[in-house]
Design a protein around this ligand. Structure first.
Ligand code: HEM
Length: 484
């Protein structure tokens, strides 16, 4: 089948021979003057960019967000305003700990990262399929992730390190309970909820704010995989979730989520029964019910995985007017970590790549840098302030001011109840669900080499609910924990 197009080099010159390298005589050495060969091999050597240090394995899709409920009294963010308005988006689902190429059906949180291409610039919600996280201060993240990755000597996953860290970081108990429950292995990316997890601030046209949390609820229903089937699939089809998402969209079975928010008046943050900025806690839906905002539909597969999925760069700091951050100590650290990762992984001009480029006009004074696309600002004014009618700031788009007080100091959240919400979750489960949860934990803890670590962790389960702790101790053949 001829396309009548000539094969060219990357500099556009026609290629005379793409099957045989140029040699000195038919049996002689290869010539350095075969510049097409040199370029082809050299480019191939550079085909990989560094994989994401976490969430390396993932799948993406295009879609849209449609507003179904008017929330303009709470936020001026254009993406959430105007019932019926549609905003294009790109989503990337992922596992956390495995490398790019690792199996999809493992027990791990799933990343749920959405990029809305709004009229006011891109807005990213970079969440997970769980409403809480293992730790609540960014300073602990690199240590936590070290325990999830490979042991530096054996190059194997190390359950002793995993449970050592968790047992010494009891704030992880709530998320560990979710992870070890049935929801720890979703049936597909389509059958799970997504959460922004952190508290954010919505601000309206009048400059009034509220604290909010995002909930994406799957319209496909929540479905999970039994561990035996998941293990079988991990061997037979490590790309099971990636394939499922692609095939569903390809055949027109477009997955859909409804977006809700919980809304908390600003002043409640001072009096709520726990710190609402602590990402290891959920807000009670009795106190702050879910309010519908819109629907998210995924209706188009990427055409090129590398261009659209691998090069996509999501950051919790990619914000638009109407959405501000909160003092959540994890979120604050993430505001640095992601853009820094993008500059390293993709390059300083990553926002100019088609998948990351906003769909509205970008006007600023950034110039130069590796892989700068376009005309680099051409001859336009390249500093600010200036007398040449260059783009200027818009004070109405400033982040809303908020009061701060206290000493600059390294301090923990002042509440240490890591047990009530984990225990509430345990008590919510049916007997069958509890049995599976306990079995999953026992299996996961068996390989831990140090008994003291197991005993310490059992004590945490016990504090959440005595039955929870006792059943795990029994499963591991260890003495029942004592009331302390
Ligand atoms: C990816 C850091 C906590 C969700 C990443 C990446 C880094 C990172 C460096 C790779 C970014 C890239 O190369 O493009 C951190 C730090 C955290 C933290 C320092 C804590 C301080 C969290 C939390 C969540 C989360 C709490 C969810 C609530 C994600 C997701 C991705 C990701 C979904 C993948 C984004 C994508 O699909 O490209 N994180 N993370 N992370 N993180 Fe975090």
């Amino acid at each position: 089948m001829s396309t009548n197009k000539k094969l060219t080099t990357s500099w556009g010159a026609p290629v005379g021979d793409n099957q045989n390298s140029m040699t000195a005589g038919s049996r002689g050495p290869t010539l350095i003057q075969d510049v097409h060969l040199l370029e082809k091999l050299a480019h191939f050597n550079r085909e990989r960019v560094p994989e994401r240090v976490v969430h390396a394995k993932g799948a993406g899709a295009h879609g849209y967000f449609e507003v179904t409920n008017d929330v303009s009294q709470y936020t001026k963010a254009k993406v959430f305003n105007g019932v019926g308005k549609r905003t294009p988006l790109f989503i990337r689902f992922s596992t956390v700990a495995g490398e790019n190429g690792s199996a999809d059906t493992v027990r791990d949180p799933r990343g749920f990262a959405v990029k809305f291409y709004t009229e006011d610039g891109n807005y990213d919600i970079v969440g997970n399929n769980t409403p809480v996280f293992f730790i609540r201060d960014a300073i602990k993240f690199p240590d936590f992730i070290h325990t999830q990755k490979r042991d530096p000597q054996t190059h194997l996953k190390n359950p002793t390190a995993i449970w050592d860290f968790w047992s010494l970081s009891p704030e992880s108990l709530h998320q560990v309970t979710i992870l070890m429950s049935d929801r720890g292995i979703p049936a597909t990316f389509r059958h799970m909820h997504g959460y922004g997890s952190h508290t954010f601030k919505w601000v309206n046209e009048e400059g009034e704010g509220v604290w909010i949390k995002y909930h994406f609820r799957t319209e496909q229903g929540v479905k999970n995989l039994a561990p035996d089937l998941a293990a079988k699939l991990a061997g037979e089809n490590p790309d099971y979730h990636t394939e499922d998402l692609f095939n569903a969209i390809e055949k027109g079975d477009f997955p859909e989520w409804k977006l809700y928010v919980q809304i908390m008046p600003l002043e409640d943050a001072n009096t709520y029964r726990f710190d609402p900025f602590d990402v290891t806690k959920v807000w009670s839906q009795k106190d702050y019910p879910l309010i519908e905002v819109g629907r998210m539909v995924l209706d188009r597969n990427p055409e090129n995985y590398f261009a659209e999925v691998e090069q996509a760069t999501f950051s919790p700091g990619t914000l638009v007017p109407g959405v501000d951050v909160s003092p959540d100590k994890m979120l604050q650290g993430r505001l640095f970590a992601y853009a820094d990762a993008h500059r390293y992984r993709v390059g300083a001009n990553h926002n100019q790549l088609p998948i990351n480029r906003p769909k509205n006009e970008v006007n600023n004074y950034q110039r130069d840098g590796q892989m700068r696309f376009g005309n680099n600002g051409g001859g336009s004014v390249y500093y600010e302030p200036n007398s040449f009618d260059g783009p200027a700031e818009s004070p109405e788009d400033k982040q809303a001011a908020y009061a701060v007080s206290g000493y600059a100091d390294a301090v923990a959240y002042d509440q240490f109840d890591h047990y009530t919400q984990a225990g509430d979750l345990y008590r919510l489960l049916s007997e069958e669900e509890r049995t599976r949860l306990v079995a999953n934990i026992v299996e996961a803890m068996k390989p831990v080499k140090v008994e003291e670590i197991k005993l310490r962790q059992i004590q945490h389960f016990y504090k959440a609910d005595p039955e929870y702790g006792n059943r795990i101790a029994e499963g591991l053949g260890l003495p029942l924990p004592q009331e302390v």
